[in-house]
Structures are given as C-alpha cells and as structure tokens.
Design a protein around this ligand. Sequence first.
Ligand code: C2E
Ligand code: MG
Ligand code: MG
Length: 412
Amino acid sequence: MATLLIVDDEPQVRKLLETLLQYEGYHTLSVGSGEEALALVAEQPPDLILLDIMMPGMDGYAVANQLKDNPATANIPIIMLSALSEPSARLSGLQTGAEEFISKPVERVELWLRVRNLLRLKSYGDQLKSHSLMLEQQLRERGSETAKMNVHDLALLDLENALRQAVTAREFTLHYQPKLELANGRISGVEALLRWERPGYGAVSPGIFVPILERLGLIVTVGRWVIEQACLQIARWQRSGIGAMEVSVNVSGHQLIEGDLITDIGQLLADAGVEPHWLEVELTESSLMENTPHTISSLQRLRAMGVKIAIDDFGTGYSSLAYLRRFPLDTLKIDIAFIREVTSNPQDAAIARTIIELAHSLGLRAVAEGVETPAQLAFLKEAGCDQLQGYLFSQPLPVAALERWFWRRRGV
Ligand code: C2E
Ligand code: MG
Ligand code: MG
C-alpha cells in the first residue's frame, strides 16, 4: 500500500485530504509545517508528498527545493497544493521540481487521478532504476558518445527498443482468465490479457509496457494481433470439446482513434469464422471520455455487428450518467480498487452495490474483478453481481493450462 505524506498548516485541509485518500486505500501521514515534513521524510520516506505552498515558517517552495536537492529524496513525487492560480506560482513550483499542481479547494476526482498517475509513474521509474546498474556498467564499457545521456533516459530507450523488437519478433503471448457466472456457477467466458517476457529480464507487466506501446504508436498493431489471436482461439475452442466461449479483449483508446478498429474486427471475426457475439471489447472509462462523439459512433457500429462492449475499471473515471446512457454497452466491470476491501470498508461496499444497481438499472451486467476471497464472493453474490473474475478461481493462464483447468472443473 502506498504511503502519502500530507503537509499543510490548515488542520481542516489535512483532515479532508486524509479522508479522501484513505478512502482510496492509501496510507497517510500528515504534518502541519515544512520543518516537520523534512524531519519525517528523512526518517520514513513516503511514496508521494502533497505539499501546501503557503505555510508560515518554511514554505512549500523551500521544502520542495531541499527534497529535490537531496539524491535520497529527489525521486519522491510532489504535488503542490496552491490557492494561487496564477501561472507564476506554478512556474516557481515547477522550478523547484514539483511534478504536479492541484488548486484549492481540492476537487476529489482530480486529486485521486493525479495521485494515482504519479504513483504509477513512480513505480515505473523504480523499475527503470533497477536496470540502471547494468546500464551504468554498459556505459562504462562503451565509454564515449552515449555517456552524456543519463541512465534513466538510457533505460527507457532500451525498453523502447526492446518493445519495438518484441513487435517484430512477435514476443507477445496471451493468457486467459476465466469469469464465473454467479447464478449457475458456470464459466461465462474469459478475459484475454497480454503478456511479454522480455528476453534477459523476465515478465514485464502490461501496466508498464502497454502505455509505452501506446506512446510509440505500436498499440494498434499489437492490439490487432490480440484480437486476431482471440478470434482464432474462439474458433479453436468451438471445434474442440471445450466449446465456444465468450472472450473479452482489452482495447486501448488509441485503437479507436488511430486505427480502423471496427473494420479490423469485422474482418478478423470473418476470417476466423466466429460469430461476433463471442467477442467482447473492454474499454476503460477514461478512454471512452476522449473524443466522445467519434467513440460513440464507433461503438455503435461495433454493437450493430453484434460485438459486446464493456467498460473496464468502472467507478474511478469521469463518466457521467448522461454519457453512460449514450454509449451502447453490455457490461460494467467494477474497478478492482473497490473490490479489494469490499468486506471491510463500508464505503467500498456501498460503491460496489451502487455500481451493481446502476448496471442493472441500465440493463447491463455487472462484473467484479480481483476477487480473491470467499468473503468477497459471498458479498458480491448477495449484492446481485452477475459475474466474477479473480485469483479465487484462477489466475490468468496460458491456453494449455486453462484447458486443463476447465477439464478438472468438469470432473473429466
Ligand atoms: P484489466 O483489464 O483491468 O485487467 C485486470 C487485471 O487484474 C489483470 O492484470 C489481471 O491479471 C489482474 N487480476 C486478475 N485477478 C486478480 C486478483 O484476484 N487480484 C489481483 N490483485 N489482480 C487480479 P494484468 O494482466 O497485469 O493487466 C493489467 C492491465 O493491462 C489490464 O487491466 C489492461 O488494462 C492492460 N492490458 C492487458 N492486456 C491488454 C491488451 O491486450 N491490450 C490493452 N490495450 N491493454 C491490456
Ligand atoms: Mg480488462
Ligand atoms: Mg479492470
């Protein structure tokens, strides 16, 4: 669990931030002055700092300056809180090395998103750092021309090159994770999840490499391959004793905007000889919110073909009820963040119930992912959730292992 340090001289602001962040599952520490903040960070470095600019004594700029000057604390991301909206305040903050700004009064969703994004970036940075020793060694060996780049740039460059290579060398595979229909205990389908074994390193999380593929403009190619593989797999299952099965694929917003996703899907289904209703595409709430008019018309074409549409990670993004009604949808997948503590945190429980009811009132099915315990299962069953996915039943598995899992369940 990530630990966030809140630094603000106003007790009400500290209390508000603590409540909002604890609600999202973060562990918080809080202090009322810059001096206390520096002392605490030296002892117990947090994963992220929310730092007020205007404080008596040492102000936020001075605190950020000291932290960013010290190599031991320079990597801790800082979000500055300012009541000042002038660009000059932001500029001074950026010069001291703060990564982000939030204006007071703090807007809940903005706070969550900025915190979440920065923590993701940090963990990405940490992973990169773990490669840096090796790279420093390489640098020393190569000596000259690349020596001016810093190690972080090099590690990123290395990762990008490795990914480009992965696309040409077809190093990706798909794992499949089963989904269980609560009403009858049957397997209702599987989600296809992309896997990459980086040569010489081991598995890299899609949470890390998918955003890079997006940035490099490679996600359209890889995403097309994912859909192709999923269609071929449906056809294979259909012909085998296992029988046809619904397969969900994750689709990046870039695929909707940059590629001709809809035509591709129609072609790939036809080539594999698979009926469209076996395929479901999962789009995140945030990707739906980009370029909505285009997205809505694309999704309408997809839906008209018979392909199913799910919103993934639902509940943390921006979607308004008005939008939800305009998207042609089949499924809401509750964000894993609400499932994690659904049996211990009454607010998460209330949100999960609300999402399930919302789904049903819109005629959609509700799917919970990240279900790990029998207690979560019992809660979701009682709350009327339609389908469950999670380690409790199975991890995402390679095809052969998944097929063995199916046969065991059927008692064959
Ligand atoms: P997602 O679509 O929300 O996928 C669910 C994630 O939760 C998967 O992580 C899955 O392995 C993990 N998970 C499943 N059951 C449990 C559980 O019981 N507990 C916990 N803690 N986690 C569980 P994974 O495979 O690392 O994928 C991460 C994300 O990467 C996915 O989130 C999706 O957004 C993205 N992704 C994966 N494959 C693709 C793809 O083919 N295309 C695109 N565009 N994105 C992909
Ligand atoms: Mg998904
Ligand atoms: Mg999800």
